[in-house]
Design a binder for this molecule. Structure first.
Ligand code: MN3
Length: 205
């Protein structure tokens, strides 16, 4: 059984950048629904139900054909949102020297990284995610995924940072202004967690 994790901060604590109502809807309704649908689709399949969610996403080929798409969408939704809550914080902080240097090296400057990330986020047509990922050589790059796909589903890249650009993530406060949501979001990024993700050596997410 997969279980909804609690937010690591209060629903209102990311304000004014992300409003309390959006956090309630996003966590208590959207994320909870992905988990309910995931558990429902895996009913009776103990082996799959007891897997780590990221391992399950890496092994979608082991999921029976008739439920694979459901597991992909809802399992991805569970993994992505669990990841997303953790890479935000109400404790505003600057990136450490180490992660800043990695971003400088890979994107020719920290500001260039933010610009490229924003462009990539704006390029997602419809619902999806933008990711900062690293490969096994710790090289950083950007990618987007449609719907609730996660980079681990399609290759060896490991998410370091990710932004949900589904309208449900921002529409209440920002309406159709995705760019404003992206700009505001930098204020709540948990750089400590990003650095932790960057340092993970294996395929753990
Ligand atoms: Mn979402």
């Amino acid at each position: 059984m997969f279980i909804l994790p609690e937010l690591p901060y209060d629903y209102s604590s990311l304000e004014p950048f992300i409003d309390k109502e959006t956090m309630h809807l996003h966590h208590d309704k959207h994320h909870a629904t992905y988990i309910k649908n995931l558990n429902d689709s895996l009913e009776g399949k103990q082996e799959l139900l007891s897997m780590n969610i990221v391992d399950l996403l890496k092994n979608l080929d082991k999921v029976p054909d008739e439920i694979r798409t459901k597991v992909r969408n809802n399992g991805g939704g569970h993994a992505n949102h669990t990841f997303f809550w953790e890479i935000m914080t109400d404790n505003k902080e600057e990136p450490s020297k180490e992660i800043k240097k990695a971003l400088d090296d890979n994107f020719n400057g920290f500001d260039n990284f933010k610009t490229a990330f924003k462009e990539k986020a704006l390029s997602v047509f419809g619902s999806g995610w933008v990711w900062l990922v690293k490969d096994l050589d710790h090289k950083l790059s950007l990618e987007t995924t449609p719907l609730q796909d996660n980079p681990v589903m399609t290759g060896g890249n490991i998410p370091v940072l990710g932004l949900d650009v589904w309208e449900h993530a921002y529409y209440l406060k920002y309406k159709n202004m995705r760019a404003d949501y992206i700009d505001a979001w930098w204020n709540v990024v948990n750089w400590k967690k990003v650095e932790e993700n960057f340092k993970v050596s294996g395929g753990d997410v």
